[in-house]
Design a protein around this ligand. Structure first.
Ligand SMILES: CC(C)(COP(=O)(O)OP(=O)(O)OC[C@H]1O[C@@H](n2cnc3c(N)ncnc32)[C@H](O)[C@@H]1OP(=O)(O)O)[C@@H](O)C(=O)NCCC(=O)NCCS
Length: 172
């Protein structure tokens, strides 16, 4: 399948809204409910990531089929962190190594261009073994269980893992 990875530029909010509306229907994926996938949510992370972070798209025939983003919180103490990392691939494009290549490219750009970033952080559901294994294979380490931090879609308390990747090329 012919796909390409590119850095995002402004003006793709509607396509992202469509992507996240599709991806949120997959159980145990992103930590949001359907009604929380709003234009405000998309605009919020997109703006922060474009301004002070990194957003990449995977495109097929000029349409976005996957997206990854993370951003630096705007306070001095967290200037060395890219956090809230989220990756989403259209369901019909999943399981074809697209997510893996997109994530590897993201980390490669951090290594080569983001020398001020030491930590790349994400949350994942502990019981989603597939995602946990995926992140570990990319070099993320499990920094710990956050007991009952989230409610799952069945209104039960759930314990996510906080996982971090450390930039080997970080320069203080
Ligand atoms: C998680 C996600 C980003 C992975 O992207 P993808 O393109 O489907 O995954 P890839 O084909 O690149 O495979 C990556 C790894 O996932 C695992 N994987 C892929 N498809 C799988 C399947 N059907 N069953 C089990 N494991 C699978 C494999 O371990 C694979 O690594 P490997 O090839 O080294 O063995 C994508 O499935 C997705 O968008 N899921 C819904 C949203 C979500 O959960 N996002 C993450 C939380 S922010």
């Amino acid at each position: 399948m012919e796909v390409s990875i590119c850095e995002a530029e402004i003006g793709h909010e509607k396509e992202l809204l469509n992507l996240f509306k599709k991806v949120v229907t997959i159980p145990d994926g992103i930590i949001r409910k359907r009604h929380e996938i709003t234009a405000n949510y998309i605009n919020g992370f997109y703006e922060k990531s474009l301004e002070n972070g990194l957003v990449l798209f995977t495109k097929s025939k000029n349409s976005i089929v996957g997206e990854i983003h993370a951003y630096t919180p705007s306070i001095y103490a967290f200037q060395h962190i890219l956090t809230d990392l989220t990756i989403a691939i259209y369901p019909e494009f999943q399981g074809k190594s697209i997510g893996k290549k997109l994530f590897q490219t993201f980390l490669e750009i951090v290594k080569t261009e983001f020398h001020h970033i030491l930590r790349v952080e994400l949350y994942t559901r502990e019981h989603n073994k597939r995602n946990v294994a995926f992140y570990k294979s990319l070099g993320f380490i499990n920094e710990g269980r956050q007991q009952h931090k989230i409610f799952n879609s069945k209104s039960k308390l759930e314990t996510p893992l906080h996982m971090t990747w450390f930039n080997p090329n970080y320069l203080k």
